[in-house]
Design a protein around this ligand. Structure first.
Ligand SMILES: C[C@@H]1N[C@@H](c2nc3ccccc3[nH]2)[C@H](O)[C@@H]1O
Length: 449
């Protein structure tokens, strides 16, 4: 392996209590809110088909028109307590809020720019009341921060001239100032979710980013920062030039999920997911496929079954309201979570062979295993294959523990449990309590082939 000054500084997972808390969340809420919510994917009556938070980059939107949207930002219906209560009812255990997206507009009063809420009609801090409301609900808050900042005069996507480099030094200082300012103003934040770090200019900043990350971790010990912040000595991101993860968890799963445990490389990771195919900020005209609550619940369950966290995105509108489709999804997911959160919270991967009926999760404390059944087989028989020397001691419905199942042994370490209910209305959770067997009793004849 190569000697790197600014590559991964730790091999393997963080094992401190703050990271264990992060690992056990299971379910989070992303909130994308900013000036882009005002046009909501339209301009001069024209529909913009891209991601609404990227409308500034659309040919149909003059940059200065977009940049002047701050003069219209006055979300009179913004109600952080209502947002936090909704998130609580949905079962989210952490929340990630955009403090500044790529457009550079700051939702907090920043000392280092005028392009912030204090100069908009609304005139007040948005981030502070949100942090307070979510903290009050016991939901941990993380701050999303885009390094890419289209508003700052010193921002460059690449460094070609001496002038570029000179300007970029000012931009780096500005970035550091804003990040330290955010941690100073909101010290209850548990971590930062960085974005907009793919530019060539930023990929040259291994030392700066490494020092800044260390400085932030000194300010808030245990601060959680993912793999999307630092480039290494050679400009590699997420994984350094030796293939080691940089940061506390992998942040590569944006609008996609790993399929197998191997895909996760055994790292901690989160998946951030939009409800439509690709809209983070508010778009008033969602087109194409809008995910149902069952699809989102299955993504949540799959994430936890592979040792990850699932973060579902919300895009409040320009008035500060959460749209009805998202409120409805939050309600439906919350109904399922109220009954089945034991299979999600504090749970993770277990190396039992994945079966077609759904997913296994395992409580990291108790060792209790959960079968989350999405696909009931025609014959109602759920196949279970366990590693050698495992005894299935007790199997019962999470939501009806008096309903127990006697596993039918069909081969060595292979069983059926028989569902007797006609149709599954919602994903069904069955609990398995197991123990390690001392010796293997029954013999089975291995086929000679
Ligand atoms: C979490 C997501 N990351 C931003 C983003 N910008 C991109 C540019 C190119 C490819 C993928 C992108 N994701 C999206 O705007 C959203 O904030």
């Amino acid at each position: 392996s190569m000697t790197l000054e600014h590559g991964a500084h730790r091999i393997g997972k963080r094992i401190d209590s703050k990271m264990s808390r992060w690992r056990n969340y299971g379910f989070g809420q992303f909130i994308h809110w900013g000036l882009y919510a005002i046009p909501g994917g339209h301009w001069n009556g024209e529909y913009y088909g891209g991601a609404a938070e990227w409308i500034r980059s659309w040919k149909g939107m003059p940059n200065e028109d977009y940049d002047n949207l701050y003069t219209e930002f006055d979300p009179v219906d913004f109600d952080p307590k209502a947002w936090a209560e909704q998130a609580k009812d949905m079962g989210a255990r952490y929340m990630i809020i955009t403090t500044k997206h790529h457009d550079g507009f700051c939702l907090w009063p920043s000392e280092f720019t005028d392009y912030d809420v204090t100069n908009a009609p609304y005139g007040q801090d948005i981030i502070g009341p949100l942090v307070e409301a979510y903290d009050a609900e016991g939901i941990d808050v993380y701050l999303y921060f885009s390094v890419m900042d289209w508003n700052h005069p010193g921002y460059r996507s690449k460094l070609e001239t001496a002038e570029d480099r000179e300007a970029y030094e000012g931009f780096k200082e500005f970035t550091r100032n804003q990040l330290l300012e955010l941690l100073e103003r909101y010290p209850s934040t548990k971590g930062l979710w960085f974005d907009g770090t793919w530019d060539a200019a930023w990929k040259e900043q291994a030392e700066f980013a490494d020092n800044l990350a260390m400085e932030m971790r000194e300010m808030i010990p245990g601060l959680i920062i993912g793999s999307r912040f630092r480039p290494d000595d050679y400009g590699n991101r997420h994984f350094d030039s030796n293939g080691d993860l940089m940061g506390d968890y992998e942040q590569g799963w944006e609008r996609k999920l790993p399929d197998t445990y191997e895909d996760t490389k055994g790292n901690d990771w989160d998946c951030v997911m939009t409800v439509p195919e690709n809209q983070w900020g508010y778009h008033s005209d969602w087109r194409g496929h809008v995910k149902t609550s069952y699809e989102l619940i299955e993504m949540l369950v799959k994430s936890v079954s592979l040792d990850g966290n699932f973060v579902m995105n919300f895009g409040p509108n320009g008035q500060g309201e959460i749209r009805k489709e998202e409120r409805q999804l939050a309600k439906e997911i919350g109904e399922w979570m109220h009954k089945n959160q034991k299979a999600i919270y504090d749970c993770g991967y277990i190396d039992w062979e994945k079966q077609d009926w759904g997913y296994y999760t395992r409580n990291r404390e108790s060792g209790e295993v959960y079968m989350i059944v999405f696909n009931k087989p025609i014959n109602g028989a759920l196949r279970i294959k366990t590693p050698a020397k495992i005894n299935l001691d007790k199997i019962f419905d999470l939501n009806g523990p008096q309903k127990t199942y006697r596993p039918e042994e069909i081969h060595r370490n292979e069983y059926f449990i028989h569902l007797d209910e006609a149709l599954l209305e919602t994903p069904k959770v069955i609990v398995i309590q197991y123990s390690e067997a001392t010796n293997q009793t029954k013999g089975y004849d291995k086929a000679k082939t």
